[in-house]
Design a protein around this ligand. Sequence first.
Ligand code: NDP
Length: 255
Amino acid sequence: MLDYHASPDLLNDKVILITGAGDGIGREAALSYGAHGATVILLGRTVKKLEAVYDELLAQGSPEPAIIPLDLQGATKQHYLDMAETLKQQFGRLDGVLFNAGHLAVLGPFEMIGEDDWDKVMQINVKSQFLMTQALLPLLKATPNSSIVYTSSGVGKQGRAYWGSYAVSKFATEGMMEVLADELDNTTVRVNCINPGATRTGMRAQAYPGEDPATLRTPQEIIPLYLYLMGSDSQHISGQSLDAQPDKIRPRARQ
Ligand code: NDP
């Protein structure tokens, strides 16, 4: 999928919400969706970063974006319902949601996982997605051929020692995608997961502090799959968990 070439007008007239749009992969997705014609709704917790992406979108000639400042850790069901109502009033449609924001847990032995850390990871990586999806579904169902994309991880497909609550949260994300895709089978809403693979971002550097970032692909290099799943070329794809860097996937043998 690294060689997918999106047409320049792939996302013309579409309204797409991105969580964690201020940094890393989410920032790149916002700039890329905007460059392909979408009106991008930038959701995140650090307003300065969102404002910088907003300015970049305007500077590159993309449709005027919108900003939703929201900390997923503290957000409640009512926040998401209010947000859905605001989007309905302001835009009248929602063509796609990229659930990209994520929190990396403290990595370490399973026996050492703190209850607070577990709750924080589950709140940001799982519960917020559940509540936001519920709130946005009426708008997504009312918009023809809308697309929901969740963000998974290699450790959300095969558990790995010391990845604790983060890995469990990504398994839950895969499960949410499968349940929802099956349930929405007779609608035009499609639901899929992306595993970005090792990508040069702040989160990756936090997880692998000794790694040379120059050896990793950049968010820009993995963005073709993000474009593909938001545009009409993937209209028939649902219930899939796709790797943005399939050439880097090495199956691990179990002894
Ligand atoms: P970054 O750390 O660069 O970006 C994460 C984004 O999520 C930031 O914009 C951050 O906001 C936002 N975020 C975190 N917590 C919250 C919160 N409580 N409320 C609102 N926003 C929040 O990470 P990546 O770009 O690398 O990660 C993007 C996704 O890809 C994540 O889901 C991650 O798990 C997944 N992933 C990444 C891989 C990689 O190698 N990079 C590999 C596999 C999966 P802020 O900037 O304000 O902190």
